[in-house]
Ligand binder design. Structure first.
Ligand code: EPU
Length: 338
């Protein structure tokens, strides 16, 4: 199915709920639709392209004078199996959390810690989504899609995806060029739960035995207690990445700020909790008009109603500046500003 619109409001297509308009909007459900669209619309070829998934990781500060492509390929099918694993191919348009729920109900293990992350399956590899000690890269086998530049269909294997913390080839070399149509996941038939993050283990045990269902329940409970529901208040989850500094810099920070949360992340590097830096700079719960900083998790910026993208962006600039002045650390946005 193809849907094509002009001057189309993207308010329903971004979790910040910003009313930006796309000059052209194209939605498709099969890879072939995309090829037909590209062949028949040479007049668009010089316009910028924006690949849009569930819109849970972007902030529109202006209308988009180009072509928005929304991959809405449906379906979950098992494509392979061995003694220990199953391989599922999942359409880019499937809702991420509905897919996690499907896995938990069918005893396909691995993704339970990634419960309740907003967005679509197609965006999961782009962002390399992660939470509670798990990153999706550990369960991705192949990403399938179509390259608008070379006009070819191909697979990108997990090792070619160049996954890193909230990063991949799809945010770099293949940005706005490779349209993800489906993702093949390799999931475990026998569980190996990862419960070392924060208080996850004790939260799970509140529900009884350690099962995928209970891990999912605990993760949902933790997320709901800290993160605003985008249906209620527009937001895009963490607005900034947790900055990574050298172990020496981390030591120096620790000596000045005893309570700073630090996470060793290998290769002589340490991750610093950006939420803590922002809270310590006095921003937690701050609100100016309808743009604000969430009162329970300072890493999340919120649209309380009718904030514009510009207002949220300006707020993020002020936060960056004050964190830099206080800690000498340059925060990097996780959210894509359009
Ligand atoms: N903290 C504060 N104040 C705050 C927020 C956090 O002091 O306002 C402290 C916490 O007390 C804790 C530490 O910072 O010691 C870490 O906080 P939390 O466990 O909430 O996780 P996070 O590092 O802030 C990251 C991800 C989240 C993910 C959680 C859980 C990034 C940018 N964010 O947040 O991902 O859900 O860990 O794994 O890596 C997202 O990417 O959109 C997202 C929500």
């Amino acid at each position: 199915m193809i849907r094509f619109k002009e001057h189309y409001s993207l308010q329903q297509y971004n979790t910040f709920g910003i009313d930006a308009k796309a000059r052209y909007f194209f939605e498709f459900t099969e890879l072939e639709d995309l090829m037909v669209f590209q062949d028949s619309n040479s007049s668009f070829k010089d316009l910028p392209v924006l690949l849009l998934g569930g819109g849970s990781n972007l902030l529109f500060v202006n209308d988009f004078n180009g072509v928005v492509i929304h991959s809405n390929v449906p379906g979950i099918k098992q494509v392979n199996e061995d003694r220990n694993h199953v391989w599922l191919e999942v359409g880019a348009g499937e809702d991420w959390d509905a897919f996690v729920d499907y896995c938990v109900r069918n005893d396909f293990y691995g993704l339970e810690n990634l419960s309740l992350i907003p967005g679509n399956v197609g965006a999961a590899p782009v962002q390399n989504i992660g939470a509670y000690g798990v990153e999706v890269q550990d369960y991705i086998d192949t990403v399938k899609g179509y390259d608008l530049q070379t006009q070819t269909e191909y697979d990108v294997s997990a090792s070619e995806c160049k996954f890193a913390y909230r990063n991949s080839i799809f945010k770099n070399e293949l940005k706005n060029r490779f349209v993800v149509c489906s993702v093949v996941f390799r999931l475990d038939k026998f569980p190996e739960f990862k419960l070392n993050y924060g208080h996850l283990k004790s939260e799970v045990e509140k529900y009884g035995e350690v099962t995928a269902q209970n891990v999912r329940k605990a993760v949902i409970q933790i997320r709901e207690s800290k993160l605003p529901d985008p249906e209620e208040f527009g937001n895009a989850g963490s607005f900034f990445k947790n900055p990574v500094v050298s172990n020496e810099e981390a030591e120096a920070l620790k000596s000045k700020h005893e309570l700073i949360p630090l996470y060793p992340s290998g290769d002589g590097l340490t991750k610093v909790a950006a939420g803590w830096l922002i809270e310590q700079s006095g921003w937690k719960g701050f609100r100016e008009g309808d743009a604000g900083v969430h009162e329970k998790q300072a890493l999340v910026l919120v649209n309380y109603g009718n904030a514009t993208g510009q207002e949220i962006f300006q707020l993020s600039e002020k936060i960056k500046q004050s964190v830099f002045e206080k800690f000498g650390i340059e925060l990097e946005r996780e959210v894509n500003v359009i």
